[in-house]
Design a protein around this ligand. Structure first.
Ligand SMILES: *[C@@H]1O[C@H](CO)[C@@H](O)[C@H](O)[C@H]1NC(C)=O
Ligand SMILES: *[C@@H]1O[C@H](CO)[C@@H](O)[C@H](O)[C@H]1NC(C)=O
Length: 243
């Protein structure tokens, strides 16, 4: 009799353990019943540093650092830039200002300092200066503000309901200051390189606003693919809880 009881308890225990470990999402993922803004803001803020590292077991890459080996951009006016070994850091430290969820769409406002680094090759004209460069690049954006709109849609696969990301749109404000540190902006001419760099830094706002969009679009595309993956593998009921 006693033996049977122990056996039953073991079966129950194993069942319970299996039940809790059958979740796909990492244990740090919390939910907000009713999807209220205050809760969402807190949860997104707390989850961001952990999520940013990536979830290798789910095939979700890191968003901080965000890595991309090769990015080719054509900026307005035909200015060509190639970035190699690019990284962006800072997203994990974003301050979440607000989160609203309504009608299958989330609206997030946040601000953070972002740093982009890599090796670059560039040629063309920016405002009044010509560039023919090949060197190291570092771009710091102080207190960028980001306004993201994320649209979701239900998708059922193998009888499991997922809530997948359809689009991410970002509106950005380049914040308090953008600082360019670029070596060798004019190949083989250190004096001219330095003068061009000074010009870029003096005119950072106009340059960011007139030429920044293709880079932002590329960054959003990379982040989108990572976030999309997460919502494709984690079932909806682990993330979205109605009241
Ligand atoms: C990129 O960085 C890795 C290591 O950080 C290095 O092995 C590789 O050579 C770099 N690529 C280029 C194109 O320099
Ligand atoms: C950063 O920008 C936000 C607006 O996006 C502003 O509320 C905040 O005060 C700024 N922070 C700093 C440290 O300047």
């Amino acid at each position: 009799m006693f033996k049977i009881k122990v056996f039953c308890s073991l079966v129950l225990l194993v069942a319970l353990l299996n039940g809790s470990s059958s979740k796909v999402a990492p244990s740090y993922i919390q939910t907000c019943p009713g999807l209220k803004s205050d809760c969402l803001k807190k949860v997104v803020q707390e989850t961001l540093p952990l999520f940013s590292k990536g979830i290798p077991e789910l095939g979700v890459d890191s968003i901080d650092p965000l890595r991309q080996d090769n990015v080719n951009l054509v900026l307005p006016g035909g200015f060509k830039v190639e970035f190699r070994n690019g990284t962006m850091t800072g997203l994990r430290k974003c301050t979440i200002d607000s989160v609203l969820y309504k009608n299958d769409a989330a609206d997030l406002k946040m601000h953070c300092d972002l740093t982009i680094k890599g090796m670059y090759t560039a040629s063309g004209r920016i405002l009044i200066v010509s560039i023919n460069g090949d060197g190291n690049a570092k771009i710091k954006i102080k207190n960028a503000s980001l306004h993201a709109k994320i649209k979701f849609a239900d998708n059922v696969r193998d009888g499991v309901k997922y809530y997948e990301v359809k689009t991410i749109n970002i509106k950005q404000d380049y914040g308090d200051k953008v600082t360019f540190s670029l070596t060798n902006l004019f190949k083989g001419n250190p004096e001219l390189s330095e003068a061009v760099l000074q010009f870029l830094n003096q005119n950072w706002k106009q340059i960011a606003e007139e030429f920044g969009q293709p880079l932002v679009d590329k960054l959003v595309e990379i982040v989108y693919n990572i976030v999309k993956r997460f919502f494709e593998v984690v079932p909806k009921d682990e993330l979205f809880v109605e009241e």
